[in-house]
Design a protein around this ligand. Structure first.
Ligand code: CP
Length: 295
């Protein structure tokens, strides 16, 4: 039984084995393969989610697990109960694993020390979102075969992005070159020693152009830059997308602010992998839940 808290501490061989196992599940024609029958999994979302929550549930159900869904707003958290007490409550009822999304940073690591069942990180503040990065790597591997030597630009709100951090750690372990591009207010200075910040024109020369959502809800006082100015300076507009190398792919973890960080017409253009990313979330999470409960 194994937790998945982040990719920073995970060996390249472990990441590769999850990607390979996801490929096995991706090729599986049977929709239901109940290897997790009689395992009880709680999806505990203390922060909103569409893709991650539903693809974990899809993955768990495809593997035959019994699924319990917990939403903070409809629980005793709304009466002030702590995250720790909530997780311990579900653990005492007999869950075999927990999938958890949290806003405050540092809480997941503390929880993992106190809780005995495996925990899977479904988004941890600004820190890590490991299954998102795994599905991103899987999507890149589908397009390019290997990640070694691949040039990946991550563009946008790096500061608040757990997606950028998990991708940075995992991509570098697997031999890809990562660069960042962001307005000053969205830079994460502590990451500068790991990946350089470059201009938007340079960033768009990469093999993979990963656009990030401007996370308005995580900016203390809102952002100083207006949406149309952000789009003009850092957005993947139709004009910029037309100048990309023909083999370049466009990614975005979604939800998308259409016509802010990426133009409406670019979201579903042939170079876009945004919807395949969502599809790939299911086999990746099947591999992660199998690893948590069986391996
Ligand atoms: N990409 C992602 O984590 O989306 P949700 O917030 O909808 O889960």
């Amino acid at each position: 039984e194994r937790s998945l808290l982040g990719l920073k501490e995970l060996a390249a061989s472990e990441i590769e084995s999850i990607l390979d196992r996801a490929s096995h599940w991706d090729k599986q024609e049977e929709k239901l393969v109940p290897v997790l029958a009689s395992k009880f999994v709680a999806n505990m979302f203390f922060e909103n989610s569409t893709r991650t929550r539903f693809s974990f549930e899809m993955a768990e159900k495809r593997l035959g697990a019994e699924v319990l869904n917990f939403a903070a707003a409809a629980s005793s958290v709304a009466k002030g109960e702590s995250i720790y007490d909530t997780v311990r409550t579900l653990e005492s009822m007999g869950i075999d694993a927990g999938v958890i999304r949290l806003k405050p940073e540092g809480v997941l690591a503390q929880l993992a020390e106190k809780v005995k069942v495996p925990l899977v990180n479904a988004g941890d503040g600004n820190n890590e979102h490991p299954t998102q990065a795994l599905l991103d790597l899987y999507t890149m591997r589908q397009s390019f075969g290997s990640l070694k030597g691949l040039n990946v630009s991550i563009i946008g709100d790096i500061k608040h992005s757990r997606v950028a951090r998990s991708n940075l750690w995992a991509l570098q372990k697997l031999g890809a070159n990562v660069t960042f591009c962001a307005p000053d207010m969205m830079k994460a200075p502590e990451l500068e020693i790991h990946a350089p910040y470059i201009s938007i024109d340079e960033a768009l020369k990469a093999d993979v152009v990963m656009m990030l959502r401007v996370q308005l809800e995580r900016h203390d006082k809102g952002i100083d830059m207006k949406a149309d100015e952000y789009r003009k300076r850092f957005g993947l507009t139709v004009e910029r997308a037309a100048k990309l190398n023909p083999s370049t792919i466009i990614m975005h973890p979604a939800p998308v602010n259409r016509n802010v960080e990426i133009d409406d017409a670019v979201v579903e253009s042939p170079a876009s992998r945004i919807f395949p990313q969502m599809s790939n979330g299911v086999p990746i999470r099947m591999a992660v839940m199998e690893r948590a409960l069986l391996l």
